[in-house]
Design a protein around this ligand. Structure first.
Ligand SMILES: Cc1cc2nc3c(=O)[nH]c(=O)nc-3n(C[C@H](O)[C@H](O)[C@H](O)COP(=O)(O)O)c2cc1C
Length: 315
């Protein structure tokens, strides 16, 4: 069982870990095997919301160490999600003109972004690299690179938001080039720690990124050292309104990717029923099941689920 990354909006104004945030994770990390801490901004230009958790500065390492400690003391593996919002950054929050692969309004973006030039690529790579080093210094067991939900790396993969004609655009090979470069940098920074990638596997939009392309990206990600593929939605976001009410609404994407890679694959989407979650594993459809909102509503969801399943299979 995985606690997937969920922005709590409990951090301080500069992205600091707060006591409220520690309590939030302390309550929700017992019983789950893996906690992926919410998306944390790797640089001020990549900040998405006012109370977003940050990993952009060395001064934040002490607070992050307290966070990783709490999760690990509860017995879970602690991973932190690294994110750059790209064209989805809010100009009032990042105090900047957001950057993106192309000068095109990103779905759910606030303003038409500025197209990235050579030095932006260097800056973003450096920010990812340094953020990953901070995660290790803060005692995390690994990091997850955020490549879903319409944020920067997802903007590169999607033909809707990436209209570049240079080596970072065009064919799938071009569109995946920068996300792969980020992963290579992050791998170097984290050494043998866990490296996960949240892959937005379907834009669910006409002319958008598709699961067939996602399969090819996943294979490449694994080739260059990703340990776990965490499958979610692309430009459509993690909770498309039209799919709400369907239990396991993104499982089919994870299942398809799982057929093509040798590493564990996480499935997610509207899961509330422990027996449904258990069956996904028993039937081998996915390797790990993430349960998000049910944990927000009931922090004890996983402990109760394990008890229910054990009683059912071993009365
Ligand atoms: C309040 C909230 C914040 C979220 N923040 C993130 C995030 O920081 N990073 C991410 O990849 N997904 C985020 N998600 C998506 C979840 O990780 C998850 O994929 C989604 O909620 C579907 O799972 P569920 O139906 O079990 O909640 C968020 C979801 C919610 C409800």
């Amino acid at each position: 069982m995985v606690l997937p990354p969920m922005a709590s909006e409990l951090a301080g104004p500069n992205g600091e870990v707060t006591d409220e945030l520690l309590v939030h994770y302390m309550l929700r990390s017992s019983c789950v095997g893996l906690v992926v801490v919410e998306h944390s901004y790797i640089s001020p230009e990549g900040k998405y919301s006012p109370k977003q958790l940050g990993i952009w500065h060395n001064d934040l390492i002490d607070g992050l160490s307290r966070l990783s400690n709490i999760i690990k003391r509860n017995g879970a593996i602690a991973v932190i999600q690294l994110n750059h919002a790209g064209g989805r950054a809010d100009p009032r929050v990042c105090n900047c003109r957001p950057i993106a692969p192309s000068q095109i309004l990103v779905p759910n973006g606030f303003e038409v972004p500025r197209e990235m030039v050579d030095e932006d690529f260097e800056t973003v790579l450096k920010s990812f690299r340094e953020a990953a080093v901070r995660a290790v210094k803060a005692g995390f067991d690994g990091v997850e690179v955020h490549g879903a939900h319409g944020f920067l790396l997802n903007q590169f993969l999607s033909p809707i938001t990436n209209r570049r004609s240079d080596r970072f655009g065009g064919t799938l090979e071009g569109r995946m080039r920068f996300p792969l470069m980020v992963v290579e940098e992050v791998r170097k920074s984290v050494g043998s720690k866990l490296l996960m990638y949240r892959l937005g596997a379907d834009d669910m939009m006409s002319g958008g990124f598709t699961v067939d392309e996602a399969v090819r990206v996943a294979v490449k990600l694994v080739d260059i050292g990703v340990d776990i593929i965490d499958v979610s939605g692309g430009l459509c976001g993690g909770r498309p309104p039209e799919l709400q009410g369907i239990q396991g609404y993104f499982i089919h994407l994870a299942e398809k990717i799982k057929k093509h890679v040798e590493v564990p694959v996480i499935g997610v989407g509207g899961i509330k029923d422990p027996y449904f979650a258990d069956e996904l594993i028993v039937e081998g459809r996915v390797d790990l099941v993430a349960v998000g909102r049910a944990h927000l509503v009931n922090p004890q969801w996983c402990c109760e689920a394990l008890k229910a399943i054990t009683t059912y299979t071993n009365p």
